[in-house]
Design a protein around this ligand. Structure first.
Ligand code: CUA
Length: 348
């Protein structure tokens, strides 16, 4: 590190290795935003609220660019002028002019610009915070470090994956079971906190079917960065099919099958104290509901894809994957593990 980094000097600008690229990125924020739109960022809005946030972002960027340009030009003009004038003469008039310049350029203009931007920001937030109603209500509870997702009108509970019908307003109600989290799918809406003992709500709408990545946006402990969720916007028919499927209890495995052996191993283990599988005795609520775990795309709130091998590793010792999470390492032999995996596979 030390070797690569040379301090800047006035005469010769020396910067670390890839400084040229950093400088370029600093000078051209749109290059950074281009990256953001590839992964689905604020500047690639896919819903009405995100659209307003994107307009505001571009407006702020425009204002900042104008201010930056004006200040740079003034700075250069001053530099050129003072270089030409070997000596500067001061008089009461020049002092007065300078003072006026400072008051107008340093106080009045910034105050007006900032007030306008503040007003617009408040307006966008007010729209977001307006009393909300939607075609569907989804209650989301933040946990360290995963998302509990409830559809109270349908008795459906899932985790880390929020299915909504595309093109329709959905009322999202947010609260937390432990610390403050923040709900944020950048392409769809602005951030909103999940606060213990309080419910915050807003209307979420995705204009088009698709999968939108979301992330906890408030530092909430060791695995804050691994608190990912997916908003899956389905076409209405697909959404109804999904909802109907999620309402079902878990299918009962065939008598004497390997899957049934897995079910018994699951129900005989500590799993039941933390997880619910509807239709069985497992009714814990500390961890994600597993009734339809096989229908989800990820495990561990986005940390791993939902596949046999990943799930095996997660079950045996999720602490190696996501240290500090609430799930303890499990003491299972190979047969039990394989049977449980086969059973979980049936929970579509
Ligand atoms: Cu939850 Cu950060």
């Amino acid at each position: 590190m030390k070797k690569a980094f040379q301090p800047c000097t006035v005469r010769k600008l020396t910067l670390p290795g890839h400084s040229g690229i950093y400088l370029l990125l600093l000078l051209f924020p749109p290059l950074l935003s281009a990256c953001a739109s590839v992964s689905g960022g604020v500047l690639d809005p896919q819903g009405p609220e995100a659209q307003r946030v994107a307009y505001l972002s571009w407006l702020m960027f425009g204002v900042a660019a104008v201010v930056f340009t004006v200040v740079t030009v003034l700075l250069l003009l001053t530099a050129v002028r003072t270089r030409r004038q070997r000596s500067v003469e001061y008089s009461p008039e020049s002092d007065h002019r300078a003072l006026n310049g400072v008051i107008v350029g340093g106080v009045v203009i910034p105050a007006v610009v900032l007030l306008i931007i503040m007003g617009l920001s408040i307006a966008v937030q007010q729209i977001s915070a307006a009393p909300a109603s939607g075609d569907l209500t989804v209650e989301i509870v933040g946990h360290q470090w995963w998302w509990e997702v409830n559809y109270p009108d349908y008795g459906v509970t899932t985790a880390n994956e929020i299915h909504i019908p595309a093109g329709r307003p959905v009322l999202i109600k947010l609260t937390s079971a432990d610390v403050i989290h923040s709900f944020w799918a950048p392409q769809l809406h602005s951030k909103l906190d999940l606060i213990p003992g309080q419910t915050n709500s807003f209307v979420l709408q995705a204009d088009n079917a698709g999968v939108y990545r979301g992330q906890c946006a408030e530092f909430c402990g060791l695995q804050h960065a691994h608190m990912v969720f997916l908003v899956v916007a389905d076409k209405t028919d697909d959404f109804n099919t999904w909802l109907e499927q999620q309402r079902q209890s878990a299918p009962e495995p065939d008598e004497g099958s390997f899957e049934q052996e897995g079910q018994q191993a699951f129900l005989g283990s500590a799993c039941v104290y933390c997880h619910t599988i509807k239709g069985t005795n497992a009714s814990g609520t500390l961890g994600p509901d597993l009734t339809h775990v096989a229908s989800r795309q990820t495990i561990g709130a986005g940390i791993l894809p939902n596949g046999h091998g990943y799930l095996a590793g997660w079950i045996m010792n999720s602490q190696t994957v996501k240290p500090g999470n609430e799930m303890p390492p499990m003491d299972l032999d190979a047969e039990q593990l394989q049977a449980i995996l086969a059973y979980l596979d049936t929970l579509k």
